[in-house]
Design a protein around this ligand. Structure first.
Ligand SMILES: *Cc1c(COP(=O)(O)O)cnc(C)c1O
Length: 231
């Protein structure tokens, strides 16, 4: 806790942030997902102490960033699918990329990171259930690519990211998140020296409590913090 002289006015976002943060185990980092949310709301969350924010689209952060330039110590997380032609801009804007979903993209990011002398933190996005709407490695594909992924020295590969399909029951969510945890543990058992994978990026507004039970260390919350997004 730093001594603050600035008076922070109360707000619903601040109240929700405080309640959620107080309920989290210490190993869990809350990422406030600010996609389709106005920069003024990001600023409110910031004033209440939030420093990790996530966006789905490179372009959207590019547009918001100018308005938030005076907030220098935000850690930005990219959580949406990244097209390779935006990889360069993504590296300039984001500290973390949770949505690395193919070896080709990983290789491109590694090369760009090397040119910039950067070591971005990334997660490997895995498709744990067959879901045409989702990007990511299948489990089999990931095992095949792991030996090559380990050779990408400019990527700080932090963990596994997964998004459950819509409409799963709590039990099915438990199974789903448990599979992500199990996959991480198995990879660690085989490749742990090269790839310790400390993080699990799992859990959104509707399911984060279950994700935390399964071992999530990064939770991505939008609506429960900022309210409904404008379509
Ligand atoms: C939008 C989004 C979130 C946040 O979802 P909420 O339901 O608003 O909490 C989390 N992760 C990803 C990948 C998203 O696209």
């Amino acid at each position: 806790m730093s001594a603050k002289l600035e008076l922070v006015p109360p707000s619903p976002i601040g109240d929700r942030l405080r309640a959620i943060t107080a309920s989290l185990p210490p190993q869990v980092q809350l990422i406030a997902i600010s996609k389709k949310i106005d920069p003024s709301a990001i600023r409110i969350a910031y004033r209440h102490g939030q420093r990790h924010f996530g966006e789905s689209r490179v372009q959207e952060l590019d547009q918001k960033r100018a308005e938030l330039r005076d907030l220098p110590d935000i850690t930005w997380h990219l959580i949406g699918h990244l097209q390779s032609n935006k990889a360069q801009r993504a590296l300039d804007l984001f500290d973390w990329i949770h949505s690395v979903d193919s070896f080709k993209l990983a290789q491109r990011l590694d090369r760009l990171a090397e040119e910039r002398d950067r070591h971005p933190k990334i997660c490997l996005q895995v498709k744990l259930l067959d879901d045409p709407a989702k990007f990511g490695w299948t489990i089999e594909e990931l095992w095949q690519d792991l030996p090559q992924l380990i050779t990408l020295k400019h990527l700080d590969i932090r963990g596994i990211m997964a998004i459950p399909p819509l409409g799963l029951s709590d039990d099915d969510l438990r199974t789903f998140f448990g599979r992500a945890r199990q996959l991480r543990d198995q990879i660690r058992a085989v490749h742990g020296d090269a790839l310790p994978l400390p993080d699990l990026s799992l859990g959104m507004s509707n399911d984060y409590a279950i994700a935390i039970e399964a071992g999530a260390t990064l939770i991505r919350l939008g609506r429960t913090l900022f309210g409904d997004r404008t379509p």
